[in-house]
Design a protein around this ligand. Structure first.
Ligand code: 4AD
Ligand code: MG
Length: 477
């Protein structure tokens, strides 16, 4: 007899057949009802034991967290709450659990506590639902790009260049930290290091993705990225996953169209395929919202928010228009913003982004044409000489979801820009080559995967949507 998953068993129409299933005990009630879960679905299968048929010693070992193997007959359930259940004929304990010390008791645990027990937290309904959704979103992303003619590219993780020019990188080195070789100037001599030069973990796969876009046409990378920014917020990780498509012959308008269509498509995919987990998470969020004051509660439920994004056009607004809106906004005039907006050129903080999205437009917003000096070196300079073809997509409750741009394809303009920012040409000679040999308009963007998972699960802290979060002072597990 083949072992079936709980998900398979619960969708069975035919009862009165012998089945076998393995999983972890959630609860064992009245020495008779085992709620068994194997991670295949949110739901447990009820396994009914007639205690007269089993020895007491075995039944004693059926405790929360224990792994068991159950065989028996699948029958229509007598009780409420489930269509089918298993009338247990054979019960084998695969792995005992100690009910005294097992951290995941059948009760509500705080997310802080569960983060400390992240190796076991996916045995809860909330975290198993979040991680199934994460997996489904990842699949939907690969599906979208594959179906739209993109090639998947694996960009390097160890890199010798700083793609974002922000300098917030983790060094990769095999040199002796206590006694590194020095050069004549007393600086660390990286020519003696493993790669013969200074190397870091990548902050973005974009620059390498550009090289492939300029040969394969449409590509995307989906990989881990690393940022050593010391921002201990609920939206930043030191290690996160980024999706970066890059397309030859596509301008900024095309980039916006692509990003919008892409986001709607992957959200729609989980609405169609993960409704059970979404419904559970929606209820969880509602319960959480009830603990907040009325004014802070969301007007829409989780699924309503997702449907809203899928069904409505994103609002496209230039940076210059946004500054006008912000300058004339109530919180700016009443000095409620921490950073007051009074001049064109100001960098937008998350309080401003959230005002635009949550209070002013009440829908996802694509901001474009930012001032050149607050954006990365590779962005296409506009004819006005002071703005670049950048775009950020802002989402309600999240803030920045996507950052992208049309790339500077003109060699002379790019070289100028790099000079001004002290970016050595020798380091990016290959990137400049793209502008020497068959250069063309091209664009792309980066989506922070965990921010998308936050939006699609209603989780408020980015640490709760990645299996093992890496944040300042924390790299447990
Ligand atoms: O806006 P960013 O820095 O853009 C880039 O890295 C470009 N190279 C992308 C491109 O054009 N190919 O990052 C892109 C997205 C952000 O919008 C945000 O969603 C996410 O990555 N992100 C983070 N997510 C979690 N933790 C962090 N520390 C993040 N930093 C950026
Ligand atoms: Mg950005």
């Amino acid at each position: 007899m083949m072992t079936k998953t709980v998900a398979e068993l619960l969708s069975q129409e035919v009862t009165l057949q012998d089945v076998t299933v393995k999983g972890w005990v959630r609860t064992f009630r009245a020495n008779r009802f085992i709620a068994l879960n194997d991670g295949s679905t949110l739901n447990n299968i009820q396994c009914v034991v007639d205690f007269e048929n089993f020895d007491e010693a075995t039944l004693k070992r059926v405790t929360t967290g224990a792994a068991i193997h159950v065989s028996g007959e699948l029958v229509e359930s007598q009780g409420k709450g489930q269509k089918v259940e298993i009338q247990v004929k054979k019960l084998e304990i695969l792995g005992d659990s100690d009910p005294e010390t097992y951290p995941i008791q059948p009760k509500k645990h705080s997310f802080e506590f569960l983060r400390e027990n992240a190796h076991l937290r996916t045995r809860t309904n909330t975290f198993s639902a979040v991680m199934r959704l994460r997996s489904s979103l990842s699949f939907a992303i690969h599906k979208y790009f594959t179906e739209n003619g993109f090639y998947n590219m694996h960009t390097p993780i160890v890199t010798g260049s700083d793609a974002e020019g922000a300098g917030e990188m983790f060094r990769v080195s095999t040199l002796d930290a206590k006694n590194p070789p020095l050069n004549e100037n007393g600086e660390v001599n990286y020519t003696e290091d493993f790669f013969g030069k200074e190397t870091n973990l990548t902050v973005s796969g974009q620059l390498e993705a550009e090289t492939y876009a300029m040969s394969l046409g449409k590509v995307y990378t989906f990989g881990p990225t690393f940022r050593a920014e010391n921002s201990n917020t609920s939206r930043h990780l030191a290690e996160f996953w980024m999706i970066e498509p890059e397309v030859a012959f596509m301008d900024l308008a095309g980039n916006m169209d692509l990003a919008e269509d892409f986001l709607k498509s992957v959200l729609n995919y989980v609405l169609e395929h993960n409704l059970e987990d979404l419904t559970f998470l929606e209820k969880r969020l509602l319960d959480e919202e009830k603990t907040k004051p009325q004014a802070e509660r969301s007007e829409m439920s989780l699924i309503e928010k997702m449907r809203f994004v899928v069904d409505n056009n994103f609002k496209r607004v230039s940076y210059t228009e946004a500054i006008e809106i912000l300058r004339n906004s109530k919180p700016n005039k009443k000095k409620k913003f921490k950073y007051i907006i009074d001049e064109w050129g100001a960098d937008l903080q998350s309080e401003h982004e959230r005002f635009l999205v949550e209070k002013h437009f009440k829908c996802p917003v694509i901001l474009f044409d930012y001032p050149a000096n607050i954006k990365a070196f590779y962005m296409r300079l506009n004819e006005d000489g002071k703005t670049v073809r950048a775009m950020d997509i802002l989402f309600p409750g999240i803030g920045e979801m996507v950052g992208g741009s049309q790339r500077e394809e003109r060699l002379d303009v790019l070289v100028e820009k790099m000079k001004a920012l002290d970016i050595p040409e020798e380091e990016l000679w290959w990137y400049l080559d793209l502008r020497k040999y068959g250069t063309a308009v091209h664009s792309g963007f980066g989506l922070g995967f965990e921010r998308l998972v936050m939006f699609a699960t209603g989780m408020n802290n980015i640490r709760d949507v990645i299996p093992y979060p890496r944040t300042p002072q924390n790299a447990e597990f």
